[in-house]
Design a protein around this ligand. Structure first.
Ligand SMILES: [Zn+2]
Length: 370
């Protein structure tokens, strides 16, 4: 072999690797968060902040996505109020008292003010954090991790993964317009591994939605689809105490999650009874009583189901069936009966419900093949 050919062969894996890293560089921006840090410094040194400066920050891509709602004006005022409170030298006593509050999940202004006040107390650390954290590297790690939760057939095609934007808001990570909007102060409280887990959770949804393009409109199928989608994604990042993540939105939120998680069996049983009622008197479009059972987008019930499936040794089968809520329901039943043989008291879904889900799924997917 000619030496230059050997060199090309040796360098090839590195160039592919650096190419991939580069593609993640394009998928990340901290401009919105850095914009707020800059405004904060100006407020601190008592400079006037004109409307144009605010608009420049709100026009960075992260905030543009975050503020693309009918509540834009309200949210902008909230961010401004939070920043003025957090950074104005003559409001420091007020800021100190806000730091002592325990805001409730729906008190958005207090949640935001407190969060930005916390950020302001560690301004230099925040600057360093943004400069030194390799977010594109974390995105790349998340993409490698999520593949452990996907069947081979899901990772071969082209998948558009979410972008990542750091913003300053309430302590939250939300997904809008194919992007993860992560609060800077929250990110600083997370370990790098936790950020990777969070991103991998969202990437799971990206891979799944790429495979599952035609979703049946049936209400029963849809709720099991949410259970499966969030249940598997939660296997990636929720760990032993899934409720812990909800604690940051307030104690009432955490308690509600826990209650839903513990009531998973009763939610499943209600779905069974609703199917009999529905079949006796079907309605067109969304079936309200089923939609009402979807709380937290299916996270608590879904995670309860996927954990049981994994604990009963059917993890491989679960991952293989990641885009089939009907098979998912079947795997749940198999796991519940395995557990019950050892003295468990898990709820078993009726055969009617499992058959119904298969019927809905088969008729939709058959149409796709025609
Ligand atoms: Zn999710």
């Amino acid at each position: 072999m000619k030496p230059y050919r050997l060199l090309i062969l040796l360098l090839l894996p590195f160039s592919i690797l650096s190419c991939r890293e580069e593609s993640f560089t394009d998928k990340y921006s901290s401009d919105s968060a850095v914009g707020i840090l800059g405004i904060g410094e100006d407020i601190r040194s008592e400079k006037d902040i004109d409307e144009e400066t605010w608009e420049r920050v709100f026009d960075t891509e992260g905030y543009r996505k975050y503020l693309a709602t009918s509540r834009r004006d309200v949210l902008c005022s909230m961010i401004k109020e939070a920043a003025f409170l957090a950074y104005s030298p003559d409001r420091s006593a007020e800021a100190d008292s806000v730091l002592l509050l325990t805001p409730d999940a729906n008190d958005f202004q207090t949640l935001m003010s407190q969060n930005i006040c916390k950020l302001a107390t560690r301004q230099d650390e925040a600057r360093r954090f943004v400069e030194e954290t390799d977010f594109p590297g974390l995105l790349s790690k998340a993409d490698r991790l999520v593949k452990r939760y996907l069947p081979k057939r899901a990772i071969s095609g082209d998948v558009t993964l979410n972008d990542l934007y750091l913003i300053c808001t309430i302590p939250d990570a939300s997904v809008r317009d194919h992007s993860v909007l992560l609060d800077l102060n929250l990110a600083m409280d997370m370990k790098e591994d936790e950020i990777v887990l969070l991103l991998a959770h969202e990437f799971f949804h990206n891979y799944r939605e790429t495979v599952l393009t035609d979703e049946p409109g049936d209400s029963f199928w849809k709720i099991f689809n949410c259970f499966e989608n969030e249940g598997i994604a939660d296997l990636i990042d929720k760990g032993e105490h899934p409720e812990a993540m909800y604690a940051r939105y307030g104690a009432s939120f955490e308690a509600l999650y826990l209650q839903e998680y513990r009531n998973a069996a009763s939610t499943l049983q209600k779905l069974d009874s609703l199917l009999s009622a529905y079949q006796a008197d079907p309605v067109k479009g969304e079936y309200g009583p089923v939609a009402d059972l979807l709380v937290f987008n299916g996270h608590p019930t879904g995670y309860y189901m996927t954990r049981l499936i994994c604990e009963e040794g059917l993890r491989k089968e679960l991952i293989e069936a990641f885009d089939s809520p009907a098979t998912f329901a079947e795997l749940y039943n198999e796991s519940a009966s395995r557990r019950n043989k050892r003295g468990g008291k898990e709820y078993l879904l009726s055969k009617d419900l499992v058959d119904y889900l298969h019927l809905v799924e088969d008729s939709t997917f058959d149409l796709r093949l025609k």
